[in-house]
Design a protein around this ligand. Structure first.
Ligand code: UD1
Ligand code: CA
Length: 453
């Protein structure tokens, strides 16, 4: 049994301890901003609607998150209770989960369990607690005869209360009517002069509502990030979580500690990832590939049985059985076919390279459409830019481009044509022909002796 629920995510704070120009919740764990993790896990857990409370640098936070959620504005940070109030009409009806934008490790699984427990126990509010050896400055959960009594913030707590090791994770689910009623009697009469959301639980209890506690199984999920040090800790935990997931799915990570995979990456079984790889964005890698060492793959798609060695790919596609690198650079909108060879120091941009083509060494292919089984000699340059505009090169099937050719776009080389080494091709080359575009060699015999050298 579980209820429908909506989520309010608090993200108005400045995050002074980050010592950064960037608002706290936009700092990234691997390649994704913290608040996006919280939003995505809430959606996965079944949240019907989400309201993010913004305040500090709200325009920047809203722009980054986009229009997949609603926003509430907390112009002045008067406490967590005050922050939730800013959700306004969003709070009318149903169950409201409250989460923090700076706890990126929370999982959908935990939120689902919380929602289930809340429904099964018929609670007015359920809070997630955790037991810590060092409860630091977390709010303390005080029980009386085993059941919830109140939450006391560290700054307001007595010595005896501070000794309590059960603390508030800052994650709750509320019956909205009970929460709104509690807001009526919420005051800021405390050590920080803030409207504490935590006080609403005692108010709800005093109003006759049932307050439940779910003790967290894994306290790592509630690690709040307040500094770059904690951002580093959260990154390590997230990285291990992601890498473990891929290894359990049959991906081989030769050195998981030295492999960085973003949360939205998909990788097929029997793919081997060698050390020093950074794989990010919505990258998808198929089965039986070998990636790395030392490759950066961003928002790209790689099919099966592909080898990528010491290379960089951004927004690019590589089809089956192709090899890339070492030291290749596949830039946005590059589409590489099957059984292609992209060799060392080759850069490809906004180009299609069809099946069986070899671009083995020291070559730039930009804004070009290359056919099947073309052979590029070493040092070919597609001259795509005239200083003002970009132009395309078209190269037919089975073309042979001689070493050190320049193909000055717009230009077309017909199928089965050849260009002589060292040519600067400025005119279209008809199919089946040989284009030579360089000065003829002249040998001056006996030149050294005659010139007295
Ligand atoms: C809060 C809890 C504490 C709990 C801890 C868990 C309260 C009063 N205390 O304390 O019991 O142990 O979280 O991490 O709730 N925020 C706003 N507007 C505000 C104040 C805060 O949006 O006016 C946001 C912050 O940006 C942050 C979150 O709420 O994302 C938590 O605020 P923070 O000040 O870090 O709360 P704690 O003092 O850690
Ligand atoms: Ca605080």
């Amino acid at each position: 049994m579980s209820n429908n629920f909506k989520a309010v995510i608090l993200a108005a704070g400045q995050g002074t301890r980050m010592k950064s120009k960037v608002p706290k919740v936009l700092h990234k764990v691997l390649d994704k901003p913290m608040v996006d993790y919280v939003i995505d896990e809430s959606i996965k857990a079944g949240a019907e609607d989400i309201c993010v409370i913004v305040g500090h640098q709200s325009a920047m936070v809203k722009a980054m998150i986009g229009d997949r959620v609603k926003f509430g504005l907390q112009a002045e940070q008067l406490g967590t209770g005050h922050a939730v109030m800013q959700a306004g009409d969003f709070l009318n009806g149903g169950n409201i989960a409250v989460l923090c934008g700076d706890t990126p490790l929370i999982t959908a699984d935990t939120l689902k369990k919380l929602n289930e427990l809340h429904a099964v126990e018929g609670n007015a509010v359920t809070v997630v607690s955790m037991i810590l050896d060092d409860p630091a400055s977390y709010g303390r959960i005080i029980r009386k005869d085993g059941v919830f009594d109140k939450i006391v913030e560290f700054k307001d707590a007595s010595e005896e209360e501070r000794a309590c090791k059960e603390v508030n994770t800052g994650v709750y689910i509320f019956d909205s009517a009970q929460l709104l009623k509690a807001f009526d009697s919420l005051s800021n009469n405390n050590a920080q002069g803030e409207y504490y959301l935590t006080d609403t639980l005692e108010i709800i209890k005093n109003n006759g509502g049932k307050v439940g506690i779910m003790v967290a199984e894994d306290e790592n999920e509630f690690l709040g990030v307040n500094s770059k040090l904690q951002l580093g800790e959260a990154t390590s935990i997230m990285k291990k979580r992601i890498n473990d997931f891929h290894m359990l799915n049959g991906v081989t990570l030769q050195d998981p500690d030295n492999t960085y995979i973003g949360p939205d990456v998909k990788i097929g079984a029997d793919t081997l990832i060698l050390p020093g790889c950074y794989i990010e964005g919505d990258t998808e890698i198929g089965e039986d590939c070998i990636i790395g060492p030392n490759s950066r793959i961003t928002s790209s798609k790689i099919n099966n049985c592909v080898t990528i060695q010491n290379s960089t790919m951004i927004d690019a596609f590589v089809d089956n059985y192709t090899t890339v690198g070492p030291y290749a650079y596949l830039r946005p909108n590059s589409k590489i076919g099957e059984h292609v060879r992209i060799g060392d120091f080759v850069e490809v941009k906004n180009s299609t390279i069809d099946d069986g083509t070899k671009v083995s060494h020291l070559t730039y292919v930009g804004d070009s459409d290359v056919g099947k089984c073309v052979n590029f000699g070493c040092g070919t340059v597609t001259v795509n830019y005239d200083g003002k505009n970009k132009h395309r090169c078209k190269i037919g099937d089975n073309v042979f481009i001689g070493c050190n050719s320049n193909l000055v776009a717009p230009v077309e080389v017909g199928a089965h044509a050849y260009t002589a080494a060292g040519s600067t091709i400025t005119k279209d080359v008809p199919a089946d022909s040989l284009a030579i575009a360089r000065s003829r060699q002249e040998n001056k015999e006996g030149w050294r002796v005659k010139s007295g050298k």
